[in-house]
Design a protein around this ligand. Sequence first.
Ligand SMILES: Cc1cc2nc3c(=O)[nH]c(=O)nc-3n(C[C@H](O)[C@H](O)[C@H](O)COP(=O)(O)O)c2cc1C
Length: 342
Amino acid sequence: MLNLIHNSESDAAHQPGKEPVRRLMFASRSRVTEAVFTTMLGTRADAMRHNLADNVYVALLIQSGWFMEWIEGPETGVQALLTRVLADFRHHSAHVLHESDGARRLTEPWSMAMVQTHESEADFGNRVLALHEEHCQGHRHEPTAVWRRLSTPQTHPGAADQAIEWNFQRVMVVAALGTDAFNMVRWLGETHAADVVHRRFVGSSEQYGDVATDYVDLPTGIVVRRVIAMSQNGLKIGLTRAFMSDYSHVIVLLSGIPGRDHSLLERLLSACAELTHRPTLVGVGPTADHHVSLRQLARSHDQVYVDCEIPDETGSEARWAAAQRVLDQELTGSEMGTVRVA
Ligand SMILES: Cc1cc2nc3c(=O)[nH]c(=O)nc-3n(C[C@H](O)[C@H](O)[C@H](O)COP(=O)(O)O)c2cc1C
């Protein structure tokens, strides 16, 4: 049942210049048993009509036979959407997980993610109930934290730590060429015997199709390090952008081809443009000359760029070794600068 409990937080005060909006999240059980991603993709056109008109932004999660919807917008628009969506026969048993007034985090009218996991509907349901209980008791968790806690499969090494925000170091890996970022996360999973979680994302625009993102959680002894492989098109999706400020670093796997590397950096800078906290960009690639113009470009957008020079080396192991030093430096508090690997 949907239990609307008003528990307004006003963290807009912490985000100067941003008007607070109503933010509401609910989870519901899906009645769609087959091709759920494709079926729900069919609601994108409705959402682009309704959500856009009401200035309401939505992110939909599909996981273990459940939906979770994260809604942000003016009160009237959010209520109108809820009334329409809750009457939809494709789901039932909605539980509110978050309700507050605060800054918008979503950047487009509609986006959707599906997390592929072996967790059962019942186990996922128990986690929904636990989050609903916390909400009813007045616990304050940001929408991003609620999203992460529910979408991290229970069996995953990082799951138990999800409630403690500062226990995580989140690192994105994006490559200028091919599937290098995904190869690195797969290699990390293999070498640490850790499960790789696969997700599919899709945004408002039909132009970019759906994109995959994979992640792996690695213990460092100090924090859990979540390493997330992202495709270049993934950077354009509202859901990805909503989480952008939570990344401490973005590892940029350079190609050595100036045009490609510049265009990737420009995409990243655009994805970070509105953020008050911006991740450090860690450029992993060939020669010092190549890094100079990239560093200048980053600087012109007030973004920190750290060079990791690795001549003639494109394997995941060498690239990760170079980037890892920068990530470790942050954890141990030492100086950042140019990192050279002989
Ligand atoms: C879990 C779930 C989430 C949905 N999210 C949205 C949404 O964000 N925006 C939207 O317009 N419709 C959404 N829909 C579809 C609506 O329920 C409804 O079918 C659609 O808005 C068409 O309404 P109309 O025929 O009155 O125009 C969602 C449906 C489900 C089951």
